[in-house]
Design a protein around this ligand. Structure first.
Ligand code: C5P
Length: 396
């Protein structure tokens, strides 16, 4: 749980996206955050306080004159207790009120009385978002240091299409996680490979490896949240690109090598997570091989280049991190791979532990020896690995 011990106020204002705010509450609580929900009167026309109370496990506040606060200072008490205030959804009206410092209901008052950062996820009709008044309010909020999340572009509840949709709850959660992540890689460029490669035999067949891409994606996300500029070169996987990450899709090992080598010299860190196919077919058939045309086909294979070793051999190249997926003797193989490829850090993972799933078990092998990480989710392990890389780079 990445938000354990963090105290959040989630503000919900009046807009149809308020129904998605309930999912955000659930995700925040699932990450261990203490979530205090405060709603505007408008929000309660779309969703009830009971929904948020059930999800957050706390009474919800809407009323400035709430009798539950003995000192009648709900606005001060609620904002003082928070590490962060997140308004999702933030209506056009609420943006306007905060931009102008109004304090005409409990939520606006506690925002004005805050001494913690404020993130807002706007949600409104596209024309309202484009209106010069909203543009002015947004510019004012940004100048005041308010973090704006989105809005996204797409289909709107009114049937129109454009910019104004609230970011999905998962994306808002990501932004909250990023907010709390120490910026250990600020100013650093991180290049990663992830997923399998696919080596074509003919137009419909190929050789590939099993790799979900999840570990590479978790690392790309963790590096981005740690403040790095992240480029992810990935083979065929079915995963959404992490927010703020530049993704380059490739298919074969040769494509992956070309994409990596074009960017490696300008990167500070290279993390090779991809399960690159060791061999490719010497000659890809232009047409589909037919089963009934003369006996069993014979495939001539040639070895693929080792992308990681190639980057590690660059003069003044990036800090290189490799992965060793093994079924046994993890530490010994990881150590051997570190020497063979000449990289400062190799991350060993047991194949039976993590393949395709959300959890994994890792052992980090570097100059100082082997450090096993306890079993955890790929997101947690990714954050720990990024911290380890940042410390190794610092001590160089
Ligand atoms: O040699 P092996 O495939 O076990 O090495 C695994 C590590 O090397 C991983 O970090 C993988 O991404 C990288 N690798 C590579 N290019 C290859 C083979 C592996 O970058 N052709």
């Amino acid at each position: 749980m990445e938000l354990t011990g963090k105290r959040l106020v989630q503000g919900v204002t009046g807009g149809i996206a308020a129904y998605k705010a309930a999912e955000l509450t659930r995700l925040l609580v699932k990450q261990g955050a203490e979530v205090q929900v405060a709603m505007t009167e408008g929000a309660s026309h779309f969703v009830t306080a009971t929904t948020f109370q059930a999800l957050s496990g706390r009474p919800v506040f809407t009323d400035q004159w709430d009798q539950r606060m003995a000192n009648a200072m709900a606005h001060i008490d609620l904002s003082r207790q928070a590490d962060l205030i997140v308004i999702a959804p933030a209506s056009a009206d609420f943006l306007a009120r905060v931009a102008n410092g109004l304090a005409d209901d409990l939520l606006a008052t506690l925002v004005l009385a805050r001494d913690c950062p404020l993130l807002m996820a706007p949600a409104m009709n596209r024309q309202m978002w484009e209106n010069p008044a909203t543009r002015r309010n947004v510019a004012r909020l940004q100048a005041d240091g308010v973090g704006l999340l989105g809005p996204a572009c797409g289909e709107q509840a009114c049937g129109e299409i454009g910019v104004g949709r609230m970011l999905e709850p998962e994306d808002i959660l990501d932004a909250v996680l990023a907010f709390f992540t120490p910026k250990l890689l600020a100013g650093k460029k991180v290049l990663l490979t992830a997923g399998p490669t696919f080596e074509a035999i003919d137009p419909v067949r190929g050789i590939t490896n099993l790799s979900s891409g999840r570990m590479g994606y978790a690392l790309a996300r963790a590096a981005q949240q740690a403040g790095a500029e992240v480029t992810l070169v990935c083979g065929p996987v079915a995963l959404p690109t992490p927010a703020g990450v530049t993704r380059i899709d490739v298919r074969s090992a040769l494509d992956m090598q070309a994409a990596v080598m074009a960017r490696a010299a300008a990167s500070d860190i290279f993390i090779a997570v991809a399960a690159v196919a060791d061999y490719r077919v010497a000659q890809t058939a232009e047409h589909k091989l037919k089963k009934d045309e003369g006996g069993l086909p014979l495939l001539e294979l040639v070895e693929n280049p080792d992308i990681l070793a190639g980057v590690a051999a660059l003069e003044n190249g990036p800090f290189c991190v490799g992965f060793a997926a093994e079924s046994h003797n993890l530490e010994a193989y990881a150590q051997a791979k570190r020497q063979k490829k000449n990289v400062p850090l190799v991350v060993g993972n047991l194949i039976q532990d993590g393949f395709g799933g959300d959890d994994n078990r890792l052992i980090l092998v570097d100059d100082h020896g082997a450090h096993p990480l306890p079993p955890a989710s790929k997101a947690t392990l990714a954050r720990q690995l990024i911290e380890h890389i940042a410390h190794l780079m610092e001590s160089r």
